[in-house]
Design a protein around this ligand. Sequence first.
Ligand code: ILE
Length: 447
Amino acid sequence: MEREQWASKLGFILAAVGSAVGLGNIWRFSYLAGDSGGAAFLIIYVACILLIGLPVLMAEFSVGRKGQSDAIQSYHNSGAGGFWSLGGFLGVLSAFLILSFYGVIAGWIVYFLYSYLTGAAQSVEEGGVGDFFGGFISGTAGPIFWQFLFMAIVIAIVFFGIKKGIEIANKIFMPLLALILVLLAIYSLTLDGAGEAMNFLFAPDWSAFGNFDVYAAAVGQAFFTLSLGMGAMITYASYLGKEEKLSSAAGTIVTFDTLFAIIAGIVIFPIVFTFGIDPSAGPGLIFVSLPEVFNLMGGAGTFVAILFFFLVAVAALTSAISLLEVNVAFLMRKLKWNRKTATLVAGIVVTLFGVPSALSQGGPVTFTIFDNSFLDAIDLLTAEYTLLLGGMITSLFVGWRWKKIDALRETGFGESIFGILWLWFVRVIAPAWILILLIINFYNDFL
Ligand code: ILE
C-alpha cells in the first residue's frame, strides 16, 4: 500500500505548528518564565531556539523527508544502521513517555473547561482554588476519566489518518487558536498590571544571566516546545514529497511557535500582576493562580476562563496527535498493521501507561522515583535526558554521517552561507551545548 502524504504543504506546516504549539507554550513556558526572572529567561530561550532548536529541527526534517518512514526506519533509509538509529528509537520512546503524562495534564485542562462551563469553578470561594484543584488531582476516578476522555479524542483523530484526520483537524484548529490568543492578549493589555507585566517580560534582570540552571531550563524548553527529540518532526516530515523545501517551513514553524509563547505570556502576566499573584508560582500557575483571578473578574472572568481553557485544550490536542502518530507510524511499519489497529493499540497502551501518572498527584500511587512523583519523574527523564540525547544524535548523524553535499541539498540551503552555518551548528555547536546541559542536569539531579 502506498504511504500516506499531506494534501498540501500548508497542511504540513499547520500540522507541524500544531505539534509545536501546546501545553509547552502556555503552561510550561509561563511557569518557567515566571520562575526564572521573565525577560532574562525569554532572551536566553529565544537564543536557544535560534541557535539549537532551529538547526536541530532542520536536521529532523531532513531525516524524515529523506527516510520516508517512521522515526526509526527513517535513519536506516537515509544511510544509517546500528548506533545511529538509536536517535529514532529514543524519539519513539520519548513520544510514548511524554504522551502518557501529557494526556493527564490535558485532562486537567478539560476538567477546568468543563467546570467553568457548568459554573462549578466560579462558585469556588476566594482563595479556595488550590483546594479545588488539589482535591481533583488527588482523586482516583476524576483524573482518569478526564485523561481517558482527552485521549479518546486524540485517538479518534489519528484513526482517520494523515489527510482526513490530522491535517483537517489542524486546518480548523490552528487559525482558531491564533484568533482566541490574540483576543485574550488584547483584553489582558487593557488591565492595570499590563505595564508591570511588560517590564517583567521584556526588561531583563541581568543577574539571571549568570545562573546556569536558567540555560538548562531554556534548552529543555526549546526542545519540548519545538517537539524535538520525540520523533514527531521526523515522522511529520516523512509524509512530505521529496521536492518540498524544508528551510522556509522550519523558519515558519519556529516563528509561530515563539510568537505563540510570547503572546501567551502577554495574556497571562498582566492578569498575574494586576491581581498581585506570584509569577513564580510554579506548575500550578495556570491551574490555581489564574482561576483565582478569573473568579475575581466577575462575568467577564467566566468568559475569559472558558476561552482560555478551550485554547489550551485545543493546543494540547494538536500536540498530542503528533506524539501518538510517532508510535502509530512505528507500529504500522514494524508490525505491518493497518492504521486503525495501530492507532487503537498504541492509543490504549499509552493511555494505560499514563494511569500511574494520573494517580500520582496525591492519589493512590504514592511511591517516588528519586524523590519525584511518577508523573514528575517521567517529565524529568524526557525533558532533561531522552529528548536532548535524541536531538544530539540526530545532529551528529546529519552533520557527520551524511555527505556534506547531501546534507546541504536535503535542507535546501545548498552551499550558501546559511548552509555552511547550519552545518557547523549541527556538527559542533548544538551537540556541544547539549552535552554540557546533559552534564549539568545529571549533576543537579544525582550529585
Ligand atoms: N511541542 C508540544 C508542546 O510544546 C508538545 C511537547 C508536543 C511534548 O506542548
